[in-house]
Design a protein around this ligand. Structure first.
Ligand code: NAI
Length: 453
């Protein structure tokens, strides 16, 4: 009998288990594949490892801009993949050690909710039954596979890959077709284009990169096109053959041939085959319904991470896990989703937090948008020869607080943290003016921006 059983050992699951163990609860964490989940093993971390190699290679190729000549720059994809494996191993070992240090028991196997008895929730794992007074469901998500003719067959044959296989390829495909111009599609496209693939991105909408700032998205696409990537926007995929993707654009039929196809059109919560129906946990469009304390409709059952479908990001999962555990331990804690940063780790990075100009205006907010070229930052100029990055701050004229920020440049992922903090803490422009930023940093252009308000 445990105080808490956590189903899933990804970012939401392992962090929740760690925090609960730290609080003195007896915790069992059940993981069917790898501790660390998609993020550590086949998502965020491996992708960033690959992208860093690509960036290093690009820097070597174009080193002459900085007075550095590299005679024979080459990207050894095999070595890149080997290094990725090493990074994963180190991090997974770290998760294991931290769980152990917090006295969390871990069982490898698929957990299935059998029902409820007087003591709590009964979970079957590896043919054994275990009971927990409380349950946290953190089973994550899987790639969405739409009903496109030939898709399932070609996924089975390996012609079509999801991000999992794309991170394990040992050979660079000569031609890579990417279905879906969202986060996964663009990050993988960015790596494979640097590694030498001819990349074609097929996107259903008339723009890539989801709800990001429209101007920055166009700039990002232009930069990609300069690197040789091709884009088919507003394009519908109709069939996958054994060597191509058949599409329709403006009533015209197209055939895009490829050596490999990456499917990256979104992810779906993993709510099937875990026994949710045995305790009547409510789901909506396949995701578990949770409130602001991460509670489900069933008392003592919580859900955190991708499985609740709210914001499929590892950093959201971490915070949701903390909120769940704090509430379990009797400390009131509320999940807020208005200042969750999103980053596209392409080269350059595109980072965003809170409202864009368009979303703020659509909500009827009276905002002023301050836009600044990144070249105003000495650090940016020193390290980005020819760079044309920009940053924006969206300020609410009524409250004089920052409600959103976006940046397209190197270091955007770091820059955005500061802006997220402004939103969380509701600092006014006058408060921000008093903050000292280290010089030279890219983030110090925030000072320039607030003084332009
Ligand atoms: P996504 O939702 O970011 O993008 C999917 C794209 O596919 C959209 O632009 C959509 O319009 C398009 N699409 C949908 N159906 C299509 C079709 N039939 N044909 C052509 N295009 C189609 O999903 P993605 O990239 O698969 O990522 C999944 C999740 O993983 C996201 O929730 C994302 O937040 C997370 N993730 C986050 C990363 C980060 O924070 N850096 C990195 C990788 C993934």
């Amino acid at each position: 009998m445990y105080d808490l059983i956590v189903l899933g050992g990804g970012p939401a699951g392992y962090l929740a288990a760690e925090r609960a163990g730290h609080e003195g609860l007896s915790v069992l964490c059940i993981e069917k594949e790898h501790l660390g989940g998609v993020c550590l093993n086949e998502g965020c971390i491996p992708t960033k490892t690959l992208l860093y190699s690509a960036k290093t290679y690009e820097n070597a190729l174009h080193g002459d801009k900085y007075g550095v000549t590299v005679e024979k720059a080459a990207l050894d994809h095999g070595k890149v993949i080997d290094r990725k494996e090493k990074v994963i191993k180190t991090l997974v070992a770290g998760v294991k050690a931290t769980l152990k240090a917090n006295k969390v028991e871990v069982k490898e196997g698929s957990g299935f909710i059998k029902g409820r008895n007087a003591e709590g929730f009964v979970i079957e794992v590896n043919g054994e039954e275990v009971t927990g007074a409380r349950l946290l469901i953190a089973t994550g998500s899987s790639p969405a596979v739409p009903p496109i003719t030939g898709l399932r067959e070609q996924l089975e044959k390996g012609f079509v890959m999801t991000s999992r296989e794309a991170l394990e390829l040992r050979e660079i495909p000569k031609q890579l077709a990417v279905i879906g111009g969202g986060v996964i599609g663009l990050e993988m496209a960015s790596y494979y284009a640097s590694a030498g693939s001819e990349v074609t991105i097929i996107e259903m909408l008339d723009h890539i990169a989801g709800n990001n700032d429209a101007e920055m998205v166009k700039m990002l696409q232009k930069g990609f096109e300069k690197r040789g990537m091709k884009f088919y926007l507003g394009t519908k995929v109709t069939e996958i053959t054994k060597k191509s993707v058949l599409c329709e654009k403006d009533g015209e039929k197209l055939e895009i041939t490829a050596d490999k196809v990456l499917l990256s059109i979104g992810r779906r919560a993993n709510t099937a085959n875990i026994g949710l129906e045995n305790i009547n946990v409510l789901t909506e469009r396949g995701a578990i319904v949770t409130d602001e304390r991460m509670r489900t409709n069933v008392a003592e059952v919580y859900a955190a991470g991708d499985v609740n479908g709210k914001s499929m990001l590892a950093h959201t999962a971490y915070r949701e896990a903390e909120v769940a555990i704090n509430n379990i331990c009797g400390k009131k804690d509320i999940m807020r989703y208005n200042a969750i940063p999103g980053v596209l780790y392409t080269n350059p990075e595109l980072a965003s937090v809170g409202e864009t100009e368009d979303t703020a205006k659509a909500k009827g907010m009276d905002v002023k948008v301050i836009k600044i070229p990144m070249r105003f930052s000495g650090r940016y100029l020193a390290e980005n020869e020819g760079g044309d990055g920009i940053a924006k701050l969206v300020v609410n004229n009524k409250t004089k607080t920052v409600v959103g920020a976006q940046a397209l440049s190197n270091y955007s992922s770091e820059f955005i943290v500061t802006c997220g903090t402004f939103i969380e803490t509701e600092l006014t422009i006058d408060d921000i003016k008093q903050i000292v930023f280290p010089h030279p940093t890219v983030s110090e252009i925030i000072r320039e921006m607030v003084f332009q308000y």
